[in-house]
Design a protein around this ligand. Sequence first.
Ligand SMILES: Cc1cc2nc3c(=O)[nH]c(=O)nc-3n(C[C@H](O)[C@H](O)[C@H](O)COP(=O)(O)O)c2cc1C
Length: 216
Amino acid sequence: MTHIAMSGLTEMQKYWLITGSVGPRPIALVTSLARDGLCNAAPFSAFNYMGEDPPLFAIAVVRYGSESHRLGEEKDTLLNIKEREEFVVNMVDEPIVERAVQCGSDFPSHVSEPEAVGLTLAPSTLVKVPRIAEAPISWECRLFRILDITNQRAIVFGEILAMYFREDLIDEEKLRVRVDRFEPYGRLGGPNYCRTTDRIRLPVPTYLSSAGVPRE
Ligand SMILES: Cc1cc2nc3c(=O)[nH]c(=O)nc-3n(C[C@H](O)[C@H](O)[C@H](O)COP(=O)(O)O)c2cc1C
């Protein structure tokens, strides 16, 4: 095994080692509204769920780096979330993955990414921020808390208020997602992505069968 200590590495070296190790990561295509009402969309893969009661998730947002003409600027998504305290997380599957990734380009603030890449906006119910009509699942979210890690990086905790599902993806009787039909894309290191269509089922066995409830 090759052993590499984090101390002494540059930020980018750590970035490549960490993001090359954590994968596949889910992709949140976040829609948010600017002060003037312009709808912004950007993908985030430093994203995961953090609990259900309250229904929380987290997204890490870093300022624009030296790869961008917007070096040092705060991302529009974070500005908009701070301003309006609400946003929408849209899940990304095969039909929209390329357009979702294009939204990750450093468009100037006055450009609406969904329009620029050909994604359709649809009204939400509980928040003013539109969702992406083509997304298989969208969450209407309210800002829960922002944790400022450094002046470069913030972790946004969001609370899910409601969810939209494409009709075939939800078993309304059981209130379960039909995971066999939901095919989100995953992000690996750099510009590498994967499909999630090759499945296996591995139920966790109950160690002490006289206690506890088996999980499906
Ligand atoms: C698949 C993908 C995942 C990304 N994940 C993140 C992330 O987790 N955090 C982040 O700060 N930027 C991430 N980015 C970069 C942002 O999407 C990009 O900087 C975008 O332009 C921000 O847009 P905004 O200024 O409209 O918010 C990601 C880009 C792509 C393509």
